[in-house]
Design a protein around this ligand. Structure first.
Ligand code: HEM
Length: 510
């Protein structure tokens, strides 16, 4: 006789199986039909993987061989799937990351709608797994009231007068780097590693009142988590099973997360101890100091938790150096390739500063260097694309989009659009920025998005550009840069856009 227990087990199996079937097959197929009927076409959904297998293989194939030196159209190399599908399905189309539908949006009006949203319709995607361990619930992912408070703190620390006060710390870090460069004069140097050290030192000094050496442990761990994130970017996750069934990488990242937290807490404790011991009457005027001030606010409602302090520190350790070092590597590559622009930039630098140290006032007058940096950010945007999730059912242009669909904006696609930038969109022409951003982009406010736009735009934008200009100024004052014959042009994505084999430069002392 069939026992009640067996019936229960059978019923349970049926329920689990139907849920799985709905989540992995019927749901996506229905969603695909619904969106397709409105004109949102795209590659068809495949069971469990969506389009991830095609994406991975197209991306692998596209970066197999290096590019030509003058080849700056990176869209087909780095996002080959989007390049192919855009041609097949138009400016906006539907793709599947596992069973998650994602609408790729390139139409400027729709891009604007997403980026300028202030109603909380397009929200940040909640990070999972390794990425969650890196970003926690900090400013990059927070929403609403919490985000506003964190953003105000960061705005204060990285803008206006605070930025001016950071110039001397930035100069000190560049001086330390250039001291190392003395041993490479007349010889080759791989600059991307150098810029990673430099930007790590700059964010350590300016935001956390320590040097790179003190923060080294934190950068090492952040770097290791980055490797795990990149390695598992397209891993299929089902119903949070990884919480019970941990892979080797999950166990490793748990460990890293714990020691990252401990390292940051010891930085925090050092500051707190100074105040407790009466050695200082405040927590400091840098970013860490302002976080601690709010953490210890007498009004409990205004306080942020110690977890928030740790998350913010992690975010700024990573966001504060990775992207800027990438930018510097690409600018130096371009200046070594287009030596006439290197000369123009040097002339301007010498005219403004002579052989002296850069100043906040002089940096603002570097027009040629600003044009070069902008052109590098356009062609070699460190962040390739950004994603959001639709919070509730919405009317989006001519489409009706249900909640929980994701939207993705490939920044690279905007940056090489010939309708905006002209037929020479893929060429290095800093002169396009001579009359300002709006003119360069034909009046299109959503065409130049290295830092994105709108309320969630990069809070470190001015900090990064200032840091880049100071570094380039000091390099150009001392060296003529030539591209080494050993350089291989292989831009690839490792979280940000990186030179796969580094950037080898010969340093000629002026
Ligand atoms: C060339 C350098 C940089 C580039 C290209 C860059 C790019 C970006 C982009 C594209 C975003 C938007 C991400 C999204 O919407 O999903 C962003 C956000 C952010 N960036 Fe940067 N960034 C750079 C440097 C920095 C620096 C130096 C810092 C810190 C000092 C920083 C801190 C942040 C933070 C905290 C956010 C989140 C802002 C928010 O959500 O309110 N970034 N960045």
């Amino acid at each position: 006789m069939v026992s009640l227990f067996s019936i229960f087990c059978l019923f349970l199996t049926f329920v689990v199986f139907s849920r799985l079937l709905y989540k992995l097959w019927l749901g996506p197929i229905r969603m695909q039909q619904k969106l397709q009927s409105q004109g949102l076409k795209g590659p068809s959904y495949k069971f469990l993987h969506g389009n991830t297998k095609e994406i991975i293989s197209m991306r692998k194939e596209a970066i197999k061989a290096p590019s030509d030196l003058g080849q700056h159209d990176l869209f087909p190399r780095l996002l080959p799937h989007l390049n192919t599908w855009m041609k097949l399905y138009g400016n906006n189309f539907l793709i599947w990351i596992g069973n998650q539908p994602q609408i790729v949006v390139t139409e400027p009006e729709l891009v604007k709608e997403i980026l300028t949203d202030r109603e909380g319709v397009y929200l940040k995607i909640k990070p999972v797994s390794h990425l969650k361990k890196l970003l926690g619930d900090g400013i990059v992912v927070a929403e609403g009231e919490k985000w506003s408070r964190l953003r105000k703190l960061a705005n204060h620390a990285f803008h206006g007068e605070s930025l001016k006060d950071m110039v001397s710390a930035m100069i000190e870090s560049v001086d330390t780097m250039l001291e190392r460069w003395r041993y490479h004069e007349g010889k080759e140097i791989e600059v991307s590693k150098e810029f990673k050290l430099l930007t790590s030192d700059v964010i350590s000094r300016t935001a956390f009142g320590s040097s790179y050496v003190e923060g080294k442990n934190i950068f090492d761990m952040v770097g290791k988590l980055g490797v795990l994130i990149a390695k598992n970017a397209f891993r299929i996750r089902l119903f949070g099973l990884e919480k019970i069934w941990k892979s080797k990488d999950d166990i490793e990242s748990d460990k890293i997360e714990r020691s990252l937290r401990d390292s940051i807490l010891s930085l925090v404790k050092k500051r707190e101890d100074k105040v407790k011991a009466g050695e200082s009457d405040n927590f400091g005027s840098d970013f860490l100091g302002s976080l601690l001030k709010v953490h210890h606010d007498i009004d409990p409602k205004s306080r942020i938790s110690v977890g928030d302090v740790v998350d913010e520190c992690k975010v700024f350790y990573i966001a504060g150096h990775e992207t800027t070092s990438t930018l510097l590597s690409w600018v130096v590559f371009l200046l070594s390739l287009y030596t006439e622009w290197q000369e123009k930039a040097r002339e301007e630098v010498v005219q403004i500063f002579g052989k002296g140290k850069p100043t906040a006032e002089g940096i603002a007058r570097l027009k040629i260097l600003a044009m070069i940096v902008n052109e590098a950010l356009r062609l070699y945007s460190p962040v390739l694309s950004i994603n959001r999730r639709v919070h509730r059912k919405i009317k989006f242009g001519k489409y009706e989009i249900p909640a929980n669909v994701q939207v993705s904006i490939p920044i690279l696609a905007q940056h090489r659009n010939p309708e905006i930038w002209g037929k020479d969109a893929h060429m290095f022409k800093p002169e396009r920025f001579a009359e300002g951003l709006a003119n360069a982009a034909n009046g299109n406010s959503m065409a130049f998005l290295p830092f994105v736009a709108g309320p969630r735009s990069c809070v470190g934008n001015n900090f990064a550009v200032n840091e880049a200009k100071i570094t380039l100024t000091m390099i150009l004052q001392r060296y003529r840069l030539a591209l080494s014959p050993n350089y291989v042009h292989a831009p690839y994505q490792f979280l940000t856009l990186q030179p796969q084999h580094g950037v080898q430069i010969i340093l000629h002392l002026l």
